[in-house]
Structure formats: structure tokens, C-alpha cells
Ligand binder design. Structure first.
Ligand SMILES: [Fe+2]
Length: 315
């Protein structure tokens, strides 16, 4: 963790000058930055409408009582929604993505829909437990198309928990000694869960749930402790979701051939196809659900129909 952390800092130092100073300062302090009104207001309504109405091949995954739908931001979607291409090509946004990822790579972009309380499964949504994604830095970003209230499954993050303080490293070391069969499955797979008492041990503050207005971009380092906040009622969140992770021990910042335009926007389709082909070996939680729009009703969700959940435009 120390070596990966030092290399991430070194790579970020080389990417820092391209990032807007106020965004960078907030990101360095908290581990994430939330930028309201990222798309010019005059253009946001059109972009949102185009995304919510776009019909394309979708995949769905069920985790606990939440259903996640993803549609790849692929050449067809970029062709149909030029404003989305404009946004993802913006120099200021790309520079922030690169800085957070600590690499000059193109993230994978998706349109993501999350439906909570979908199946009435009692064991809940594992994304609601505070956790770090991995032992090293990586990027996730959300452009929220609708407002998200604090009790509607918001982005939740422990501010400052991206720093490898002596307390964090000590906690990680002690966890590494535990028998993997005695800790929960996701922690054992390298994505450690943190309870409130663990945060106290690491001298970290409590998690903050981020209520956001529509048209807010959140960019975060996923080595910090985060969760999807709980929701008191069934909600549906729709967002442009971006993700980048690379070998954390590489000393250079560029050189990712698949980040080249023309290839970059085809990667999600390739990844899905590869997992389909290897399903028996590696599993494939992302089920094909055919042509959907971001706010179609989830296919796997009988309970949704019973409960007559309102359309996402109201959320
Ligand atoms: Fe996570």
C-alpha cells in the first residue's frame, strides 16, 4: 500500500498542473470533489432528456435488494448524443479524471441506473456498507441527472479517508493478519469494509452523505471509505458513471493503448463479450436485458411492478 500510494502521489504531481486549482485542492483535502452545474445550464436539460430517452442494449445486475442497469457509452450513443461527447471531451473534466485516476487514461463510461428496494430481499445492498474498493487509488465519477436527497441512496464518503496515514496503514496491517475465512466475503476479496469503530481507530470522521442537485459531477478516489447511502423508500438514480483503474505500480502516467479515441469507447462492449465467453470460469453477473432506456422498468424486478414505483423524472 505504501509503495502504491507513493507512486500514485508521484504520478499525480505530474498531472496536477492541468487541473483547475479549486477542484484539485478539494480533491486533495477530502478524497472527492463535487462540482455543481458542470454542464452549462442551457445545455443540461437537453443532455438529460437525450440520455433518459436513449434506447440501447443494456445489462442488469442484482446485489441484495438493489438492481443496477448499465448501458455502455459507445460509438452509437456518442453519435446520437453529441452533447455527451462534448462533455467527455472537455479538457477540464478530462484533466480531473486523469488526476483522480493518477493516470492519463480514458475511463470507461456508462449510463447507470440504480433501483433500490427492488426485490424486497432482506439482506440489503452490500454497497451500503462503508468500504474501500481496493488497496490502491482508482477513479469513479458520477454525473447525476436528477437531484439526490440525503435519504435517497446518496453518494457517501468519509472525508479525508483517502490518505494513507500511519493509523490507516496500521489498521490495514492488522486486518491483513486476520484469517480470511473469519471476515466477510468482500473484505476477504480485497475491498475492506469499515465499521464505525474502525473509523474511530483510524481517527477518521464519520461518513458524510452528499445530497446533490441535478447536474452535479462527483469525482472520487475509491481508496477512501465510501458507500451508497441507505434509502428510506424505493428510489431510482440515473447517472453518467465513469470508472478507471490501472496497475498501481506503473511509474509512468500514459501509454495505455486502449485509451486511444476509436478504441476507448468500444471497450465496455469487449469487456462484456469477454465475460460472456468466459462465464463458466469467471462468472457473469451482468445479464443481458435487451433494448432499454435508462429509466425503463428493470426486467428482473417483479416487486417493482407490484409497488408501482413512480417514474424517475419525479426524483
Ligand atoms: Fe465501492
Amino acid at each position: 500500500m505504501r509503495i502504491a500510494g507513493a507512486l500514485a502521489s508521484w504520478r499525480r504531481a505530474r498531472l496536477a498542473k492541468y487541473v483547475r486549482a479549486d477542484w484539485r485542492e478539494t480533491f486533495d483535502r477530502d478524497g472527492f470533489v463535487a462540482i455543481e452545474g458542470i454542464v452549462p445550464e442551457a445545455e443540461f436539460a437537453g443532455l438529460r432528456e437525450a440520455i433518459l430517452g436513449y434506447e440501447g442494449e443494456a445489462r442488469e445486475m442484482i446485489q441484495g435488494d438493489a438492481i443496477t442497469r448499465r448501458m455502455a457509452v459507445d460509438p452509437a450513443m456518442l453519435e446520437a448524443i453529441p452533447a455527451l461527447r462534448t462533455l467527455l471531451r472537455r479538457q477540464d473534466v478530462r484533466a480531473l479524471f486523469h488526476y483522480a485516476a493518477s493516470f492519463r487514461i480514458e475511463p470507461l463510461h456508462y449510463i447507470q441506473t440504480i433501483v433500490t428496494h427492488a426485490n424486497g430481499v432482506p439482506d440489503g445492498d452490500p454497497q451500503e456498507a462503508l468500504h474501500a474498493d481496493a488497496f490502491h487509488s482508482s477513479l469513479k465519477a458520477w454525473l447525476f441527472l436528477n437531484p439526490v436527497a440525503a435519504d435517497e441512496a446518496p453518494f457517501t464518503y468519509v472525508p479525508g479517508s483517502h490518505r494513507l496515514t500511519p493509523q490507516r496503514l496500521d489498521w490495514e496491517y492488522r486486518r491483513s493478519l486476520a484469517d480470511p475465512r473469519t471476515i466477510d466475503r468482500l473484505s476477504a476479496r480485497g475491498s475492506p469494509r469499515a465499521r464505525p469503530t474502525d473509523l474511530v481507530e483510524m481517527e477518521l470522521p464519520g461518513a458524510a452523505a452528499l445530497a446533490v442537485s441535478a447536474n452535479t459531477l462527483v469525482v472520487a478516489d475509491m481508496i477512501g471509505f465510501h458507500a451508497r447511502g441507505g434509502s428510506v423508500k424505493p428510489v431510482e438514480r440515473v447517472e453518467v458513471w465513469s470508472y478507471a483503474r490501472r496497475n498501481p505500480f506503473l511509474p509512468w502516467i500514459s501509454g495505455d493503448l486502449l485509451s486511444v479515441p476509436g478504441l476507448a469507447e468500444r471497450r465496455v462492449g469487449w469487456l462484456w463479450a469477454a465475460r460472456d465467453a468466459l462465464e463458466r470460469v469467471v462468472g457473469q453477473p451482468w445479464r443481458r436485458v435487451g433494448l432499454r432506456t435508462p429509466n425503463s422498468q428493470p426486467q428482473n424486478c417483479a416487486a417493482m411492478r407490484d409497488r408501482r414505483i413512480s417514474s424517475p423524472q419525479k426524483l
